[in-house]
Design a protein around this ligand. Sequence first.
Ligand code: AMP
Length: 218
Amino acid sequence: MNVVLLGPPGAGKGTQAKTLAEQSGLVHVSSGDLFRAALREGTELGMRAKGYMDKGELVPDEVVIDMILERISQPDCAGGVIFDGFPRTVEQAKALEAALLRHQQRVDRVIYMSVPGEVLLKRIAGRRTCKSCGAVFNVYYFPPKTADGCDVCGGELYQRSDDTEETARNRLEVYFQQTTPLIDYYRGQGTLNEVDGEQEISVVTDAMVAALGLPSKA
Ligand code: AMP
């Protein structure tokens, strides 16, 4: 099964994708995480993406598409993927479809996480990520138990450089202009499920598990 998580920055796609991947055995593929890893490693891909990410703009389609297609061609992805942050344009969605079709696969389910605009900025500004294990917290909604440490592994927490208010505003603007057309695109294909992403994390997870027809954990 291949699943796309669709929704604005700050909707909680990364948090939910991690849980769903653990619960389903599908592989979590996050385009943002892949770019951040490339940046850390100082690769050419990271250098190409940096300027766009710093401004909160989309990295050009061909760069993202090449990166994702390369990632999903690896053997661990053969059993299915949870896509987080990809596709973000109709062009990317079409490229993904074509690539999956070559392996007699498709995007089976799209989960659109809707969250009102005014909540998103606070969610983005409050987000803190663990440097070691990637766990995500939020100082307003889901604070770590110790001030600056990760509850999972004790690692140091940091704020993403593109989570500052100015860049976050631009990312939201870009989302509404370039990514929201995907909602109708997937609705037209009959694969879209909408989940209210403003609810508590565990309630959102339960709704997603139900939408995907996964066995419930309880
Ligand atoms: P994210 O972690 O998903 O919020 O992504 C962080 C940044 O990486 C975005 O603001 C974009 O600059 C870039 N990025 C991630 N995924 C994509 C994508 N599918 N298309 C274009 N740019 C992307």
